[in-house]
Design a protein around this ligand. Structure first.
Ligand code: UDP
Length: 283
């Protein structure tokens, strides 16, 4: 009997820039788990080998160590490009302003020449660039606007509030609240964010979509929650508010809900426990 020859279905190939970073490595894991072949690119300027070492030897993952602003030659067709390479924390982009400008998505009211200018303007420029390629070359494009995200694989010393507060609490050192701590943020657990981004890519929507968690709190409330969640004896100390620090940030996720059927699922308490667990072994 002649066996039936069945063509294997097409395996999609994804390129992930910033694959060794916090978001890029979680995205890579999700794509591999959903059957993609992933080509990861990173120059380790802020990424870490540890974030991708578990993928070593996986035939569906190939890694190229390269600066994403240099020309990249790939010898096989690519289905999706996910651009996640950029310094994204205030400490990183203060040290790497040129690299940040070169790599990087708002109709934001931002100060182009302030300390956050290299990051804010890079995002705006990237959206303009993506829409220009979309219109000029009829390229299929997606634009995600990512809001504050947290989870395992964030860098302990990246300067952002989640790793800063957790590491301070775990060391029983005072939590450094900037200003009076009245400014608000809303934090999305990384698995929720990555699922939202994946759904956006697989949709046919080419205008910007907010992905984030709309549960908003002040930084003072957040500091207290971290102290409770870690069981720390830390106190709170107040430090000067950085220049141009936004007073409020909370995504309107109406579009993502409607178009992608997506909304965050992981409550802050649960996401924080997972993040604290990750940091415990590292402080
Ligand atoms: N923040 C703080 N203490 C810290 C680090 C940050 O109070 O040690 C505040 C910061 O001023 C901002 C918020 O926490 O209002 C979130 O800061 P982050 O750098 O994480 O992200 P941003 O939303 O500012 O990009």
């Amino acid at each position: 009997m002649i066996p039936k020859i069945r063509r294997s279905p097409h395996q999609p190939t994804s390129v992930v820039t910033g694959a060794a970073g916090f978001l890029g490595s979680h995205l890579t894991d999700l794509l591999v788990s959903r059957g993609h072949k992933v080509i990861g690119i990173d120059n380790f300027v802020t990424g870490a080998v540890d974030n991708i070492s578990h993928l070593g030897g996986n035939p569906d993952f190939k890694f190229i160590q390269q600066d994403v602003t240099e020309f990249l030659f790939l010898d096989a067709p690519v289905d999706y490009v996910w651009h996640f390479a950029s310094p994204a924390s205030p400490i990183d982009y203060a040290e790497l302003p040129i690299q940040t400008l070169k790599v990087e998505d708002y109709w934001g009211n931002v100060n182009p020449i302030g300390p956050r200018g290299c990051y804010d303007e890079a995002k705006r420029f990237a959206e303009a660039l993506v829409m220009a390629y979309h219109n000029e070359h009829a390229m299929q494009t997606r634009i995600v606007r990512i809001f504050n995200t947290y989870g395992p694989r964030m860098r302990l010393n990246d300067g952002r509030v989640v790793p800063a507060f957790i590491s301070q609490a775990l060391k029983n050192k005072p939590l450094t609240v900037f200003g009076k701590g009245k400014q608000t943020r809303s934090f999305c657990f990384v698995s929720d964010l990555i699922e939202g981004i994946y759904r956006l890519m697989m949709s046919s929507y080419d205008l910007p979509v907010n992905i984030g968690n709309p549960v908003e709190m002040t930084m003072l409330e957040f500091a207290r929650q971290i102290i409770r969640a870690t069981g720390s004896g830390s106190k709170i100390t107040f430090k000067p508010l950085p220049q141009d620090d936004p007073k409020q940030r909370r995504p309107d996720i109406g579009r993502a809900r409607k178009l992608l059927g997506w909304e965050p699922k992981v409550p802050l308490s649960e996401g924080l426990q997972k993040t604290i667990e990750y940091f415990r072994g590292r402080v």
